[in-house]
Structures are given as C-alpha cells and as structure tokens.
Design a protein around this ligand. Sequence first.
Ligand SMILES: Cc1ncc(C[n+]2csc(CCOP(=O)(O)OP(=O)(O)O)c2C)c(N)n1
Ligand code: SF4
Length: 350
Amino acid sequence: MTYVRSKFRHPMLPKNDLGYTVDYYEGSLSTLCAGCGHDSISAAIAQACFELNIEPHKVAKLSGIGCSSKTPAYFLSNSHGFNSVHGRMPSVATGANLANRDLIYLGVSGDGDTASIGMGQFVHVIRRNLNMVYIVMNNGCYGLTKGQDSATADVGSKNKAGSVNLFETIDLASLAIELGATFVAQSFSGDKEQLIPLIKAGMSHPGFAFINVISPCVTFNNNVGSTKSYDYVREHVEATATFDFVPLMREIKAEYEEGSVESLKMHDGSLIRLHKLAKDWNPLDRGSAMNAVQKARVENEILTGLLYLNTESKDLHELIETSDRPLNTLTKSELCPGSEVLKEINSSFR
Ligand SMILES: Cc1ncc(C[n+]2csc(CCOP(=O)(O)OP(=O)(O)O)c2C)c(N)n1
Ligand code: SF4
C-alpha cells in the first residue's frame, strides 16, 4: 500500500489572501486508523492556518511520540518540523523559540506524552509562558502502544479489555489554569466549528495557548464504559460559548442577538466574539474559569470552548528581555560587545 496523496484538486477551490488553496496547508496522507479523532484535528489545524493566511514556512511544528505526535506529518508539509523524544517536545520548543522568536510554534502532544512522561516539561513550559500553541490530542489511552489507560482516563472509566480505571484522573485544563497558563481552551475533535476558531485565537495569543482536545481512539478506547468514546463525548459536551475569531481588520460576519455577545480584544487587535452559554463564568477571571471546569466535572460534563484568557500575557521573551531579533540575525559585535559592556553588566549585579 502506498501513502501518496492524490494531487488532483477541484479547480475552483477557494484561495486565501496569499493565493494558496487549503491543500497547500496539508501534509502526507495519514497512516492513522480510519476514524481516529487525531485526523480531524490535523484537518482543523490546516484549515485554521489557511484562514489566517499564514505562510507555512513561518510555522514550526513540534511533537513528542505517539499516534498524536505523528500527526505533524499529516499537515503543513511546507513548514519546519521536529518530531522529538517522548514527552520532551516542550524543551525542544523552548530552545527553538528562544533562538528564533519570528516563527509561530505549534506543539502537538498526546495525553500519555503530556500527562505522564512529559509532565515535568509540560508544567514548566506553562510557567514560562512560552509563546506557542500546545495541543493535546486527548484519547485517555496510549494509542500507539495498544491502548493502555493514560493518566487522563477518568476514574471508573472502562477500557476495551473491560478493566475499570481505579485512579484519579489528571485534568489537564484545570492544571493549566492553576499553573498560570494565559490561554486555556478545551474542545472535541468532532466539532470543527469550535476547534478552528480556537486554534486561530491560540495562534494569535502572545504566550502559552493550551488546547485540550478530546480525540477518541476508535481502535482501543471507543467502547461502552469509556468516557472518551465518540458516543460518550457527544452526549456530555457542554459548550461555554459559541464564538468567532475575527482577525484584525476583518469584517464581523456572524449575526448574534443584540447584547448577547462579549468581545475579547486580543493583544494584536483581533477579537474573540463570545456568545455565552455557560452562566456564572467569566473567561477573564481565573477563579471563575476554574470553578466552571470543576463544576462541569462534578456534573459529568465536558466543558468546551475558551475557558480562560489573560489579555495581559507577557511571554518568555518579554519576561527575560531577550533580543527582539532571531539569534541568527545578530552580528558578531552584537553577540560579543566587548569587555567594557561586560564590566557594566557585572557591576549592575553588585
Ligand atoms: C522514552 C519512551 N518511553 C516509552 C515509549 C513507548 N511509547 C510510545 S508512544 C507511548 C504513549 C502514547 O500515548 P499518547 O501520548 O497518549 O499518544 P496516542 O498514541 O494515544 O495518540 C509510549 C508509552 C517511548 N516511545 N519512549
Ligand atoms: S490506535 Fe487509536 S490513537 Fe492510534 S491511530 Fe488508531 S485510533 Fe488513532
């Protein structure tokens, strides 16, 4: 069997402002199981980048190990990519971002990759507010190694072999809010109307944008009793809001009833327009966001949408005052400005 994507495309496919059709944002043909949620997320990423008029060579996609971490091969084939070691994507992303702040960093991970072996890296990349979008394709199991329970499997959830998970779940969205992530969202791979604007908003956010996407594993965790199956998720999804992402200078197209929409202004002037559904929830207030997620969990609901946004986000470069140019553009004299400057720096610490 060959995995070559057909080059044939409908001649009338729409073009974006750069003159590209959406296939320019696709990758190789997926080798994941037919129906895997991860493929829908790959398609949403390609569509978001197409709609945002992003030059693919301005994106660096990074991942760890797992079926989820294989997906960067299936989108943005014209971008930079680094498939790293299991759970180590955040440190590779940190190094790359510090060296070249001019790229858009898109990290893809799995719940095994993030919530077990990569947990130490995950919590620190949040604290540092690295300017990246971090997507977890969360299926509650280790798909690549044949479906063992992961740390995001819900307590009481049953796996395909019939064994019940006895251990408390790690709720990645709550953890991200707790640790100070400046953009936290949750979605479902089967809801592209919600997922695409969330990815676009995350890419426009100047700081760490975390998107936890429930992404069912059709082969190992789609059985009755699993809380990550398509049927269970469809029955338990509860959206905080429906919303549009409006890039700077774009006309607002969606129609909402007067007074029902809240506009959140992002750092670059673009807008997130929320049509709120969840009561007692303020996306700009950390405590309120945390309460809404916890309350939903108690009621066995999966709260989706934008959960929390800090509009005052300062990313790692801003916090540690790095050069505003990529390191490879700095000249020798800028990198090594001489002993007088070194003396001045040293004396500033005395
Ligand atoms: C250091 C190391 N330990 C263990 C493994 C084996 N391994 C490969 S993928 C994986 C877990 C994958 O689960 P997840 O990140 O949830 O991705 P999924 O396949 O479910 O998308 C494990 C344990 C490995 N590749 N490297
Ligand atoms: S094993 Fe599960 S996670 Fe992996 S490709 Fe198949 S359906 Fe997707």
